[in-house]
Structure formats: structure tokens, C-alpha cells
Design a protein around this ligand. Structure first.
Ligand code: ADP
Ligand code: MG
Length: 616
């Protein structure tokens, strides 16, 4: 770009110079004519030479002038002219030789006068002088014209010179710019060459890498193909194993049930709670409850009474009982749950399962079923543990094609009235009625009760916590109300195995019964009496139902209490029942403990028919 600009300017300069030369030459012509007059031409020449530097056009101009001045023709003309003028005006001519020729020349064309005709000669000379003067005037005006033209030309030349200088400076600047650009260009070219080299090197490296990757890919593709065929083989094996696993699972369920049946479909576990810190005063150990070191099923209650025969002797009474398991005070929640976890498994296999805790107030029923108020992972009770197991086992059974739907509810029965523990602010006059959902399945349903579909164990734990909170609210309102009500947690389980078109439904019921202590009716009045009667009725009803089932009576009195009516499917032949009998270790509770053990013993001796799995 800069180069092109410079070229343009150079061309322009050349054209300008040529034009200037031409003009000068043109303008020289009249000067040459003018220079017939020696003085004016010489002065013009000397002026031009002295006032301008001898460069370019100006020097040529000077040389032109000099030539003109020294030209022979001009010189002779000038000399002649000077001589003539000098002769005419009477001054002594500097070149005397030329005078006659001038005179002669003046006389040419006119009549030749005789030598004596001086007057005539004088008038001729006057005429000649007049002519000469006219010519001199003409020359003078021409000379002035020429000088004016020459001045104008000088001015225009000066302008051109200035333009020329500016153009030259611009050209210099552009040339230096050009040089800088050229240098930059060179640098860039070097850089470019470097980059190109690097690119070539990089391309080589990349090509190598690409080749390596292609090779790797080919290897991997081969490997994948091999693995795919292995996977196909293993898939076949898995299908075969699934089939075997399913058969094994069915067999496990059958054997598991056989074991449960051998243990009896109604089982009793006895648990004696430890002494509380507040009860230890003066008592180092439990006095009236004994355990067998060799037999985990035996419990002995002892009582020493004043002998009828004398004051110094005491009669000791022993009451032995035997149950499925007797847990001593040191037993942990985990130990106890291990004993019932098989039963919880049965619920997932499609059997109705009912676990309830029986015992006087303060014997540890709530602790066993739910856990203490400040519950930790170690102290959580049977309900949360059963929920955890149900959900983790359901997850495992997923691999065998089983999917489960769980629905939870939590209610309490107080004075033969049902209250929903999953509702914090119950609406007034809501009726909770136990109804048969349909005749065929004999599934029961409580109207208006909240049944919550749960998909995660944490959801159930939250419901349990809510029920606990709702119960304790009532507790403050009605003075230890919880010990005089039954709380029933139910989890409905619906399992289906779509691969094998199998379905099973069951209900797991976990019940914390009201305190079994007998109140002194003579001292109880009003609400307290009604409460006691209600508890007595429902607990003795429970006993009657179990006895009737055991003796295979045609009529089972389920309808005699809300509790037995609600639990009828869990107490019948088609279910597995487990009863905790909770005991207080305190001597003062001896008679209540004895009563509880007697009730439990009756239950333990019952044999309830064989449970059937609820399959469709
Ligand atoms: P209930 O529900 O039968 O009235 P609780 O479960 O409320 O009795 O137990 C009464 C007290 O004894 C509670 O303070 C409880 O924490 C405590 N307790 C019960 N069983 C145990 C146990 N196995 N270990 C430690 N403390 C227990
Ligand atoms: Mg309780």
C-alpha cells in the first residue's frame, strides 16, 4: 500500500518536473529574444543565478540564460545596437569600426545626399534616430512584459519547488515507513516460518498419536466383542440361576414357615426390665425373680411369706413358668429383636403377623415396642427395627422380581374409642368404624383413618415419631392416658412378582397394650372406673379370643372389644402371633407380675391352627 503510494508520488513528481522543464523552456524563448538587450538580459541572468540554488529546473534555467547571453548572435546584435545608439546620440562609440556600417545602414533605402548636404544628412539621421527610439521603446515594453512573465514563472516555480519539497519529505517519510513495514514483514515471515515448522512437527506427533489411538480402539473393540459374548453367556447363566434361586426362595419360605409352625403360631416371650436408677435405693439386685442358668425359657417368681406356724420361719413360694424365651434385664433391644425378626420376615412372605406387649404399667411395654423417649440406634424398639428389616429385605427381594407396596396406619383405642395418632388436630365428631373392606379377602378397614403409603423407612420413622408426640399430648391432658390405651401400629404389605405372576398381601400389627394392672374397684370412681372396666374388658376379651381359637370353638368372640375386632385377622388361624409379657422386677409388683405370667401362660398353651399364606 505504502509502496504503491510512493510509486504514485514519484510518477507525479516526474510529471511535475517535466512540466516545469517544458514551461521553463517555453518561458526562455522570449527571454532569449529579450536578451538582445545586453543590460536587461545580463541583469535577469545574474538575478536568477544569485537568488536561486543551483538545483533541478533552476540550474537548467540559469544555464539557458547564460547560453542566451553568450550566444554569438545575440552578442553581435547587442554590440551593433549599442554602437548604433551611441553613434546616433553623439557619444563616443566604444566600437569605432562599426559606426560607418551603421551610418551606411541608415542611409540605405534613402536617397544618397551629397557630402555638402549636411542638413539633409542631419534630417536623415534624425529620422533614423526617431526610428531607433521607437524601436527602443518597443523593446523596452517587450522587455517589461518578459520580466513580468519571468517573475510569474519564478513564483510558480517557487510554489512547485515547495510542493516538490513537501512531496520529497512525504516520500522520505513513506520510504522510512516502508522500511519499517518491510522489517516487520520480515519478522512476520520469520515467525510464520517458525510456526509452520512447529505445525509440521505437531502434525507429525498428532498423526502418531492418532495411529496409536486407532490401534487401541481396534483392540478395545475386539475386547468389547469378546466381553459381549461373555456377557451373553453369563446372562444365560443368570437366567438359569434366577430360576434356581426362585425355587430356593420358595423352598426357604416353605421351610421358614415350617419352623415357625413348629415354634407354634402363637408364641410368648417374657422380658423382665432392669431396676431403674430411682429404684435402686436399698436394693442391690432383683429379689423375687429368678432365672435358670441353663434354660433360657424358664422364669421363677418367688415370695416369702410369714409362716402360719411361727414368727421365726418364713415360707417361700415359687412360681415357675416356661415360655418360648425369657429375656433377663441385661438383654438388649437387639437381642430381643433377633428372636422376633424371623416372624417379621414371615410378614413379607405373605403371613399376617401380630406382635403385642402385655404387662402392667411401668413394666417396659412401650420401651420394648417403641424404645425410650431419648431413643438411640441401640435402644430403638421392635417397631422401628421391624420397619428397617421390612424395607431392607424388600430391597433384597427386588432382585428376585418382587416389588412391594407399604401402607402404614397408627391408632389408639381408649375407652373403646378409636383415635388416629397420625392426625395432630382431629376434627370433631369424626367416627372411626372398623369395617370389612370386602367379604372375600376379609380385609378390615377403619373409616376416616389416615392410611399413608410409604416408600422409605425414614417416612415410617417420622410417622412413628408423630404418633408418639400425639400420644404424649394426650398424656398431659388426661394424666398418663397412654398407659390406659392400646396403641396399634399396622403396616399393610402388598407384594407382587410380575415375572412369575405372584401376589401376596399381609398385615404386620405391632400393639402396645394398656396396663394390665387391676384397679381396686371399690376405690375407683367415675372416669377412672370406666377406664379400668374398658381395659379389663378388652384384655380379658383378648384372652377369650385366644382361648376360643385354641379350643377351636365355632364362635370366636372378636366383636366383644374394638381391639379383638380390629386384630381378628391377626389372631386367627391364618396368622402368626407373638406376645411379649413384660415384667417389673420390683417386689411390690409381685402380684401383678404373677397375674401377667398366668395370663401369658394360658396364651402360651394355646395352639392356634396352621397359618396359611395369603396368596392370590
Ligand atoms: P410401660 O410402657 O409398660 O408403662 P415403659 O416402657 O414406659 O413401661 O417403661 C417404664 C420405665 O422403665 C421407662 O422409664 C423405661 O425407660 C424403663 N425401661 C423399661 N424397660 C427397660 C429396659 N429393658 N431397659 C432399660 N430401661 C427400661
Ligand atoms: Mg407404655
Amino acid at each position: 500500500m505504502a509502496k504503491a503510494q510512493i510509486c504514485d508520488l514519484q510518477q507525479h513528481l516526474e510529471v511535475t518536473q517535466n512540466l516545469a522543464k517544458k514551461r521553463k523552456n517555453d518561458s526562455m524563448e522570449p527571454a532569449v529574444v529579450v536578451k538582445k538587450s545586453v543590460c536587461s538580459a545580463a541583469s535577469a541572468s545574474s538575478k536568477g543565478v544569485s537568488s536561486r540554488p543551483s538545483i533541478g529546473v533552476r540550474s537548467q534555467y540559469g544555464v539557458g540564460l547564460a547560453r542566451a547571453i553568450h550566444g554569438t548572435e545575440a552578442r553581435s546584435r547587442a554590440v551593433n545596437c549599442a554602437a548604433t545608439v551611441a553613434g546616433v546620440i553623439g557619444k563616443k562609440p566604444r566600437v569605432a569600426v562599426t559606426a560607418p556600417s551603421i551610418v551606411q545602414t541608415a542611409a540605405v533605402g534613402s536617397k544618397k545626399r551629397p557630402a555638402w548636404d549636411l542638413k539633409g544628412q542631419l534630417s536623415d539621421m534624425k529620422v533614423q534616430l526617431g526610428n531607433m527610439k521607437t524601436r527602443v521603446c518597443e523593446y523596452t515594453s517587450k522587455l517589461e512584459m518578459s520580466e513580468l512573465q519571468s517573475r510569474q514563472l519564478h513564483e510558480s516555480m517557487d510554489q512547485r519547488d515547495k510542493q516538490l519539497d513537501a512531496a520529497r519529505a512525504h516520500i522520505n517519510e513513506l520510504q522510512s515507513n516502508l522500511k519499517a513495514v518491510e522489517l516487520l514483514l520480515k519478522d512476520r515471515e520469520v515467525e510464520l516460518a517458525k510456526c509452520q515448522d512447529e505445525n509440521t512437527a505437531m502434525q507429525g506427533v498428532l498423526e502418531n498419536k492418532l495411529k496409536m489411538k486407532e490401534m487401541e480402539l481396534t483392540q478395545k473393540v475386539t475386547c468389547i466383542e469378546e466381553q459381549q459374548s461373555t456377557i451373553a453367556e453369563q446372562r444365560d447363566m443368570i437366567v438359569e440361576r434366577d430360576e434356581r434361586l426362585h425355587c430356593a426362595e420358595q423352598e426357604r419360605r416353605r421351610l421358614h414357615n415350617t419352623v415357625q409352625e413348629l415354634k407354634g403360631n402363637i408364641r410368648v416371650i417374657c422380658r423382665v426390665r432392669p431396676l431403674l436408677d430411682s429404684e435402686r435405693e436399698g436394693l442391690s439386685e432383683i429379689q423375687n425373680v429368678q432365672f435358670s442358668a441353663s434354660d433360657e425359657k424358664v422364669i421363677i417368681l418367688t415370695k416369702s411369706e410369714e409362716s402360719h406356724t411361727g414368727h421365726d420361719r418364713k415360707d417361700e413360694f415359687k412360681y415357675d413358668f416356661s415360655f418360648d424365651h425369657v429375656f433377663q434385664p441385661i438383654a438388649t433391644q437387639k437381642d430381643v429383636f433377633e428372636d422376633i425378626s424371623q416372624l417379621v420376615q414371615s410378614a413379607l412372605d405373605g403371613y399376617n403377623v401380630c406382635i403385642f406387649a402385655y404387662g402392667q404399667t411401668g413394666s417396659g411395654k412401650t420401651f420394648t415396642m417403641e424404645g425410650p423417649d431419648d431413643m438411640t440406634c441401640d435402644t430403638k424398639g421392635m417397631i422401628p427395627r421391624a420397619v428397617d428389616q421390612i424395607f431392607s429385605t424388600a430391597q433384597e427381594l427386588k432382585t428376585m422380581g418382587w416389588t412391594y407396596k407399604f401402607t402404614a396406619s397408627f391408632l389408639e383405642i381408649y375407652n373403646e374409642t378409636i383415635r388416629d395418632l397420625l392426625v395432630t388436630k382431629p376434627e370433631k365428631n369424626v367416627e372411626y368404624e372398623i369395617k370389612l373392606l370386602n367379604n372375600k379377602s376379609k380385609q378390615l378397614h377403619v373409616t376416616n383413618l389416615k392410611y399413608v403409603t410409604v416408600t422409605m423407612k425414614d417416612q415410617v420413622h417420622n410417622l412413628i415419631a408423630m404418633a408418639k408426640a400425639n400420644r404424649s399430648v394426650a398424656k398431659t391432658a388426661a394424666n398418663d392416658h397412654s398407659s390406659r390405651s392400646h396403641s396399634v401400629f399396622q403396616l399393610q404389605i402388598e407384594g407382587s412378582n410380575s415375572d412369575r405372576d405372584l401376589q401376596c398381601t399381609s398385615t404386620l400389627s405391632l400393639v402396645d397394650l394398656a396396663g394390665s394392672e387391676r384397679l381396686d374397684k371399690s376405690q375407683s370412681k367415675g372416669d377412672r372406673l370406666r377406664e379400668a372396666q374398658a381395659i379389663n374388658t378388652s384384655l380379658s376379651c383378648l384372652g377369650h379370643v385366644i382361648m376360643s381359637l385354641s379350643s377351636k370353638e365355632s364362635h370366636i368372640p372378636y366383636r366383644n372389644s374394638k381391639l379383638t375386632y380390629l386384630l381378628q385377622n391377626n389372631l386367627g388361624g391364618n396368622s402368626k402371633t407373638l406376645m411379649f409379657v413384660n415384667l417389673s422386677p420390683l417386689e411390690e409388683n409381685f402380684s401383678e407380675s404373677l397375674n401377667s405370667l398366668r395370663f401369658a401362660n394360658k396364651v402360651n398353651n394355646c395352639v392356634i391352627g396352621t397359618a396359611q399364606v395369603n396368596r392370590k
